[in-house]
Structures are given as C-alpha cells and as structure tokens.
Design a protein around this ligand. Structure first.
Ligand code: SF4
Length: 230
C-alpha cells in the first residue's frame, strides 16, 4: 500500500530527478528510522496507484524515474506489477530495500524491470537484531546481498552510521562481506523528531566519516561514499 508520494526529488536517485513512492509498513523497527508514520501506517492515508500513474504520466517529461521506498516495499504483494506499470511508462525505477525479503527480490530481479537497487546493511550481523529491534535471520540479509551483487543491475549498499552501533571494526566486517569493487554509502545519522524511538544518538563528524572512508577504501578496494543526510 502506498502511503506517501513526493512529486520531485533531486537526491533520492543518484544522477536522476525522480518521484518517490513510500510504501507503508516495515518488518524492522530501527529506532533511528525517520519514517515512523510510514512504518506504522498511521497518520498517513493510502494512495491509489492509478492516481499516481496518471500524475506521473503528466510529468514524465520532467522526471527521469521513480524511487520505490518505504517502509519496506518488498512487503507489498503488488510490488512487481507496480514496477512493471511504471516501467511501461518509460520511466526508470530504483528500489530501496532492507534486504529482508530475498525471495521477493529474486522474483523482481528476474523481470529485469529495475534500473537501480539500494540496500541497507544495518550493521555487523552479530548486532543486527539489536539495531533493527526485531529478531531477523541474517542469512536473509546475506542472500539479498548476493542476489544484488550478481544481478547485473546498478546498485549500492548503505549504512547509517551511529556511534552506539558502528565503529571501524564493524564497518570492516561489512566491507569484507561486500568485497572489492562494491559501493558502500556511509550515511551520517541525524536526529529527527519523527524517529521510531525518541533517542538522540551520537553521530560521527564529517571528518570522522571521511577518515573511515579513506581507510576502508584503502584496505578493501570498495567504492565508499559519504552522505550527509538521512
Ligand atoms: S529505517 Fe528502513 S528498515 Fe528500518 S524501520 Fe525504517 S523503513 Fe524499516
């Protein structure tokens, strides 16, 4: 179910002007998540895809693509058909996912409709349950990483960096798992009053993130990008 529609964004799809669809519901409860209402499906109405498609049709010469985000879009039963309807309009599609539904990802990837995938890696596997605040089998995350790595679709992995959950050693584990040549985005955590839990976590400074970036690039041969928003 779509719970939010942003008509134009310059930052959600690298190198593209996009519209953004927010799918309600998520199976994670990351305490630092800024989309509390989307995740809980409260205080936001559902929006019909047909209404969005007709608006996209009017604006398709002014945007390059559509970002499908959430919540966790892979929880939506109609996701596959939504994506193909958007592709039929000649628009690019980027999918954001938390990687917990490899079985859904596999089906969507087999349709060859995606142009870009961004998958969150919340932290080192040993602390995943604590970070996402539910019990998750990290083998699901691991399977999604491989599906995306070998999909042939442009992609990035991203981690929102919080002092309580991440340090250089835990980032090394993520990089080691991803392997040389992969792209990892280190996103600087920022507090929001729309978080799932009202906790102001300590954040790393831009200098500290840049230091991580240089060291990780050097040691693991990944493309590391720092992003100062979340
Ligand atoms: S940050 Fe992403 S995965 Fe975590 S609760 Fe929010 S929408 Fe779900």
């Amino acid at each position: 179910m779509i719970r939010g529609y942003l008509k134009s964004s310059y930052i959600d799809y690298p190198g593209n002007i996009s519209s953004v669809l927010f799918y309600g519901g998520c199976n994670f409860r990351c305490p630092f998540c800024h989309n509390r209402d989307i995740v809980s499906r409260q205080n936001c109405e559902s929006i019909k895809l047909n209404e969005i498609l007709s608006d996209l049709d009017k604006r398709k010469d002014f945007i390059d693509g559509v970002v499908i985000t959430g919540g966790e879009p892979c929880m939506c039963q109609e996701l596959e058909s939504h994506i193909s309807k958007i592709k039929d309009m000649g628009l690019r599609v980027k999918l954001d996912t938390n990687g917990s539904k490899p079985e859904v990802l596999k089906i969507i990837l087999s349709k060859n409709d995606l142009d870009y995938i961004a998958m969150d890696i919340k932290g080192e596997y040993l602390r995943y349950n604590e970070i996402v605040d539910i019990n998750i089998d990290t083998e699901l995350i691991d399977n999604s990483i491989d599906l995306i790595k070998y999909s042939g679709v442009s992609h990035e992995f991203r981690t929102t960096i919080i002092k309580e959950f991440h340090n250089y050693e835990s980032l090394k584990k993520i990089c080691r798992r991803l392997g040389k040549g992969e792209k990892l985005v280190l996103q600087q955590y920022q507090y929001s009053d729309k978080q799932i839990k009202d906790i102001k976590y300590d954040t790393y400074s831009g200098e500290e993130l840049n230091d991580f970036k240089l060291k990780l690039q050097d040691e693991f041969g990944l493309e590391i990008e720092t992003r100062y928003r979340y």
